[in-house]
Design a protein around this ligand. Structure first.
Ligand code: ADP
Length: 156
């Protein structure tokens, strides 16, 4: 059975992330969605809430497990016996960062391949930071994030 890990901050999870999880889950036997405990970017939701939101959003996918991880991604992937790291691609702007990260991870662990999934065009513009901004300004994020996330953004 092929195993993959899909790491991210998921702050909060959007339908763009869910789209990538679905694509990965249809190809891999098992997918670990790995919520980064301490993202580089300033976080909005703490890691437990970020995990809870994504768990709720993908609970219908039976081969997906949502965990928290800390430390080096390649070490986590090895522990899970994963052969692939999944990342999502939106516009060209994602490329530079993703390219650098994929090659760095390959240098550290040549056995694990980074695989990119292209998001559905409907979600190509969607980012967690945009969702946070809209929500803070009182706008509707309906259709951008799963219902359980909408509720959480409104204060639970
Ligand atoms: P990170 O801090 O690791 O970039 P994110 O939660 O921002 O964490 O993103 C995790 C992964 O999901 C990244 O590969 C990112 O490119 C991808 N992603 C984010 N938003 C979308 C989207 N709307 N469609 C497809 N992929 C996305």
């Amino acid at each position: 059975m092929k195993i993959a890990v899909y790491p991210g901050s998921f702050d909060p999870v959007t339908y763009g992330h869910v789209d990538i999880v679905e694509r990965a889950a249809s190809i891999f036997g098992k997918v670990y969605v790995a919520v980064i405990k301490n993202p580089d970017k300033k976080e909005n939701f703490d890691f437990k809430t970020r995990q809870k939101m994504i768990k709720g959003a993908v609970k219908y996918l039976k081969n997906v497990v949502v965990e928290i991880f800390d430390g080096l991604l390649v070490d986590y992937a090895k522990k899970k016996n994963a052969s692939a790291i999944i990342r999502g691609l939106r516009a060209v702007s994602d490329f530079e960062y993703e390219f650098q990260m994929a090659l760095t991870n390959r240098k550290m662990c040549p056995d694990i391949e980074t695989i990119f999934f292209m998001t559905d065009y409907k979600y190509a513009y969607l980012s967690s930071s945009m969702v946070r901004q809209i929500s803070k300004l009182g706008g509707s994020v309906s259709g951008m994030v799963p219902h359980n996330v909408e509720k959480e953004l409104k204060g639970g």
